[in-house]
Design a protein around this ligand. Structure first.
Ligand SMILES: [Fe+2]
Ligand SMILES: [Fe+2]
Length: 475
């Protein structure tokens, strides 16, 4: 039936051409994906040629190739890290058994749910970021946004491949539904809360890629341990792409801080109104954005106690971050972990079975990793001689999911009553005025080498190109 050689049309290292049924199924899905990209992908970008990296192999040396391409012609492909025929399951009740090359019947529903939930986040973030190109602070930043967008598209392909190959008709239906849900849609929203929030401006984008793409890193790392070998291999390759997304967030916020510090020093002021009047973003606004994105993102790890988390681990579907580097028994029966609980309106620590607390374990690993980058941001302020420091809020601040949702907490970890929350909320979370101010700075600056006034240029360009390289040709 198929007249084109689809194994060339979809770059892949999974011998797609040898499986005609699968090839045809993906062939059916592909135009729907492109339609989705045209409808809700990067706004107004159809004619642009963007300096993008494309995966051409999974070798650590040569996986990326750079060149100017139109995004809808991007070679979205299917890449799995090399398999090891002798790989063994290394945690849970099946520890020591051979890894699965196909889905065991009893784990089918749970694995499908895990893959769909991960897959749903990928197109969601493209939808959330679709208008940002219209207000890019530079051509360099515009290119980074688009690189992230096409790679999130590829991550969707990665999950859709697993659904099509291993889950039959159900999998194909799920793959269609991944293109139908839409971020923020009232009737058919994306599955997880943070992926229905708006990413209204570039400060939000940098915070999102720093915090929320880092949630991606931790979820993918846990799935890279999976007994279901195709899932482990595909998520390992996704992680190499994710690193760039977090780099964009971390360096983006650093550059905003650098510019703000410069303005504060020039004007010899820490008055937010004066900083704003000079066209930079005051540190209070940056802290409130941080508080929002951090708290919304840690909700993504789910309830602090979860029987599903225990089942996913014990049955080998989802491990812990860096499972292989841990020195315990990798079964975790009889072990405990401390979680926070609300008792009489106060937080208390409580020991619970570790298997049930694995969401919290992953969240705590994420928190450690996040804090390290915030300390690097503070170095920017320190170097500039600014005494203010950014902090991550308390774990219980602004939570909507799990036991901590039932409490009002200040960022510095005090339980507060409703009145205090209402009175202080505007100091702790971005206000309509903050959003309006940041929005007022968002003009489009896209001449090569030019940068908006609220952000410093990067130290170097992409792929050793100069900072003023023509990263996007507008055509
Ligand atoms: Fe992703
Ligand atoms: Fe990402």
């Amino acid at each position: 039936m198929s007249t084109v050689n689809y194994s060339e049309k979809i770059p892949n290292n999974v011998n797609l051409g040898e499986d005609r049924t699968l090839q045809r199924a993906l062939e059916g899905w592909q135009p729907n994906f492109v339609n989705w990209w045209d409808d809700v992908g990067p706004d107004g970008s159809t004619a642009y040629e963007v300096y993008l990296r494309t995966a051409v192999s999974v070798d650590p040396q040569g996986w990326a190739q750079f060149g100017h391409v139109k995004m809808r012609d991007y070679r979205w492909g299917i890449f799995l890290n090399p398999g090891d025929a002798n790989r063994e399951i290394h945690f849970g009740d099946h520890k020591g058994e051979k890894a699965w090359q196909d889905v065991p019947g009893e784990h089918r529903a749970n694995l499908r749910r895990i893959i769909v939930t991960q897959g749903d986040t990928e197109p969601a973030s493209v939808e959330q970021q679709r208008h940002l190109g219209l207000t890019a602070p530079s051509m360099y930043d515009l290119r980074n946004l688009y690189q992230i967008n096409v790679e999130e598209g590829r991550h969707l392909w990665a999950m859709v491949y697993l659904l099509h190959k291993h889950f039959g008709r159900d999998g194909r239906e799920e793959a269609e539904a991944l293109l139908q849900r839409q971020s923020g849609d009232a009737n058919n929203p994306r599955i997880l809360g943070a992926f229905n929030e708006k990413t209204p401006d570039w400060l939000a984008f940098f915070m999102f890629t720093y915090f929320t793409d880092r949630d991606g890193k931790f979820q993918l790392s846990a799935l890279a341990e999976s007994a279901f070998d195709p899932l482990a291999r595909t998520t390992k390759f996704m992680l190499t792409e994710e690193a760039h997304h977090m780099f964009v967030g971390e360096s983006g916020v650093s550059r905003v801080l650098q510019r703000t510090a410069q303005v504060m020093n020039e004007l010899k002021t820490d008055d937010p109104q004066k900083v704003r009047a000079a066209g930079a973003i005051d540190l209070g606004t940056i802290q409130r954005y941080l508080n929002f994105h951090y708290s919304v993102t840690i909700d993504l790890f789910g309830a602090d106690q979860s029987s599903n988390a225990a089942i996913f681990y014990s049955s080998g579907l989802k491990g812990r971050y860096e499972e292989g580097k841990r020195t315990d028994d990798h079964v975790l029966k009889g072990q405990t972990y401390k979680v926070l609980e609300v008792v009489n309106g106060q937080l208390v620590e409580k020991d619970v079975p570790m298997l049930n607390a694995l969401n919290e374990v992953l969240r705590d690993d994420f928190i450690k990793d996040s804090v390290a980058g915030v300390q690097r941001w503070n170095k920017v302020l320190e170097k500039a001689g600014i005494p203010t420091r950014l902090t991550v809020p308390h774990k219980a601040f602004n939570r909507q999911i799990g036991a901590l949702a039932g409490i009002k907490m200040s960022p510095d970890g005090r339980v507060v009553n409703e009145q205090e929350w209402a009175a202080k909320k505007n100091e702790w979370l971005p206000t309509p005025d903050d959003f309006a101010f940041v929005a007022s700075l968002m003009g489009r600056v896209v001449d090569p080498g030019k940068f908006a006034g609220w952000i410093a240029p990067p130290v170097m360009g992409i792929n050793r190109q100069p900072v003023d390289f023509e990263y996007v040709r507008f055509g």
